[in-house]
Every structure is written in C-alpha cells, then in structure tokens.
Design a protein around this ligand. Structure first.
Ligand SMILES: *Cc1c(COP(=O)(O)O)cnc(C)c1O
Length: 353
C-alpha cells in the first residue's frame, strides 16, 4: 500500500499467474504446449533483419488479420489482434461490458475475468456450474438485465465444452448484449462458434496462439466477431496503445498459422496423451473430469489436493492447485509429452500408494 497509488489501484486484486520456475522441473501448471512451434517460426527468427525493428509496426496488423480471416473463413473486418488474448479480453471488458448492469459469468471459469471486472468497475453475477460441472447456459440466459455474458468454452479449469448447438441456443436468447466465448482451448477437441459470428452480431469469440500454437512466450491473441464489435475493440485499442502487436510477433504469427500439418500433429499428440493419462489416473483412484482441453481437472478419492500438490512439487513436478471454494481438493494438470506424463504417473503411484 502506498500513498502514491490512486484509490482505484488500492482496491485491485491482480491476477496471479501460475509459477514460471527457473529450475529444471516438469512444468504442468500453466497449460503451455509441450511441443515446439511450427518450424517456420524458427525460419522467421533466424532470417529476420534487425533493420526492420527501426520502424513501428503496422498499427492495424493487416497481414495477420488477413491470415486469421482466411484460416477461420471470415472477413478481415471481423478480426482483431492483440498482445495475447488476455489483452483482447481486457479491451472487450472496456468496450462491451460497462453498461452499469451486472455481467453474467460462471462462478468457476477463467480467473482473469473477475480481475478485469474489478479493474473496470463491472459488477459480476456469478452462476454455479451444474451438477455435471458444466457451465449452466440456462442460468446465464435467464439472468435478466445484464451487461453481457462471458465464459470459456472449453471452460477453465474444468475442461468441459458445450456443443455448437447448445451455444447457439444461448445466442438465440441473449441478443441485447455481447456474449463473449473465450476459445483459448477450442483446438483440443471442442467445436468453435466462429461460424455463428455471421448470424449473431453480438457474439465475440476470442482465441490465442499461446496454447495450440505453442507461442505463449510471444503474446498473440485475437478476437473474431461482427465488424461493429471489432470496431469497438479498435476504438479501445487506439485509445490505449496503437501497436500491441510488434513487427516480429506478426511475422512469427503468420508462420505459425501457415503450418496446418504441424498444428494438427501437435494437437493430435496432446489429445492422445490426454486420454491415455485419463485412463492411468482413473486406475490410481482419481476422479477425472471430461476434458476437451489440454489439461485435466482431477481429484483423488482419498488424498487431498493440496497434499498431492506439495508431494509432486517435492518430486520436481509442478501442477496447478486453486485455493478456491469448490476447487481446493482438485489439481489441474496440463498435458505434457508422454515422457512427462509417465513421470507424473510414477510420482503419483508413490504418493497414492
Ligand atoms: C491461457 C488463457 C487465456 C490467455 O491467453 P493469452 O493469449 O496467453 O493471453 C485466455 N483465456 C483462457 C481461458 C486461458 O486459459
């Protein structure tokens, strides 16, 4: 606390990202991809002329927006890019969710949403998950006077994804405010709602290069929606930072998008390893929630989540444990390579033996 802080800053509750350890560990705590980015990314970095860095980047990131538009079958006017999808989400809060009514969110979802809500003075109306640990779309649709709806699909940290049909049913009912669907994990087996942006001008979909494209260290995210929503995001961006995507990041992003074979291969590996890990965890006495993401949310029938977290940490394996009501007995385990998951299972065999 400092006298120099603005009153609003004193009231903030900043997001706490998962640990980025400096020592050699098996890192299964922040849902990074265990495989390297597309080989073309290395080509870009090796051949990039530093002289390009004298100049500011294209403030509209037109090349990257065009490439994303053709990847997702939309027009470039339906695409916005930013410095990680976290930044895009922050812009979206400011652009769409400050109407003086509460914002409808699941009570268990990406924990950055409450942080942005506080930053922008948006009141949250939290809706518990249903009995199957799924986002309760009925409750979100029925909530009444609202500033909008936001959730992740697949949801974090549960991994459950609703179908396209279920999400369209929500969109037929919430038409007056923005519905933001955060698709950070959609590539690991869920259906994207991007195709619905054509029909629902209030649907905003966010995505990231951090997870399925192995570029968490680069910071590239995007949003897809109707041109009027994209225009709203651009208004906020151009009132904050004209150049959120630097020159090098744009070139790297283009290279990553081009290589669909690499993308598909890494995604398939992660999905196969996820299902293999599920079976082995169940055999060890874990309840494993269904997941269409690159992580599993698990709890043991006997051993407490916080104890297992510490035991794994002592064995050089970092997973995520949330000190939050309803979640404190769970561990969220990112899917790594097969070797990393073998080490995890070996450690858990000892801890749960
Ligand atoms: C990882 C994650 C993000 C943030 O992605 P960045 O593009 O790295 O900022 C957004 N939403 C959810 C649900 C995530 O898990």
């Amino acid at each position: 606390m400092s006298q120099f802080w603005s009153p609003a800053v004193r009231e903030l509750t900043p997001y706490v990202p998962g640990e980025q350890p400096t020592e050699q560990v098996i890192k299964l705590n922040t849902n990074e991809n265990p495989y390297p980015p597309a080989p073309g990314v290395g080509e870009v970095l090796r051949h990039y002329s530093t002289n390009h860095l004298r100049l500011y980047p294209d403030p509209t990131s037109a090349a990257l927006c065009n490439a994303l538009a053709s990847t997702y079958g939309v027009t470039a006017g339906q695409v916005f890019v930013g410095n990680g999808s976290d930044e895009v989400l922050a812009f979206a809060f400011q652009a769409f969710f400050c109407h003086g009514a509460p914002l409808d969110v699941p009570s268990i979802t990406y924990s950055f949403y409450p942080v942005y809500a506080k930053l922008y003075g948006v009141e949250l109306r939290q809706h518990p998950l249903n009995a199957r640990w799924e986002v309760d779309l009925e409750a979100l649709a029925d909530a009444g006077e609202s500033s909008g709806v936001i959730f992740a699909n697949p949801n974090a940290p549960t991994g459950h994804a609703h179908s396209l049909a279920a999400l369209e049913a929500l969109l037929t009912r919430v038409t007056e405010r923005v519905v933001l669907v955060d698709e950070a994990y959609v590539d690991f087996g869920a259906e994207s709602v991007v195709s619905l942006t054509e029909r629902y001008p209030n649907l905003l979909v966010t995505g990231t290069f951090s997870k399925s494209r192995s570029l968490a260290g680069l910071r590239l995210g995007y949003a897809i929606g109707s041109p009027e929503l994209i225009e709203g995001l651009k208004r906020v961006k151009d009132s904050f930072n004209s150049y959120p995507v630097d020159r090098l990041a744009e070139q790297v992003g283009l290279a990553a998008l081009e290589d669909t074979d690499h993308f598909n291969a890494c995604r398939d590996y992660v999905i196969t390893t996820r299902e293999r890990t599920r079976t082995r965890l169940e055999a060890l006495g874990f309840e494993v929630l269904p997941s269409q993401a690159n992580f599993l949310l698990v709890q043991h029938k006997i051993y407490a989540g916080d104890q297992l977290f510490v035991g794994l940490r002592e064995r050089g394996i970092i997973v995520r444990h949330f000190n939050k009501a309803g979640l404190s007995n769970f561990l969220r385990i990112t899917i790594g390579t097969d070797d990393e998951m073998d080490s995890l299972i070996e450690a858990l065999e000892v801890l749960c033996g």
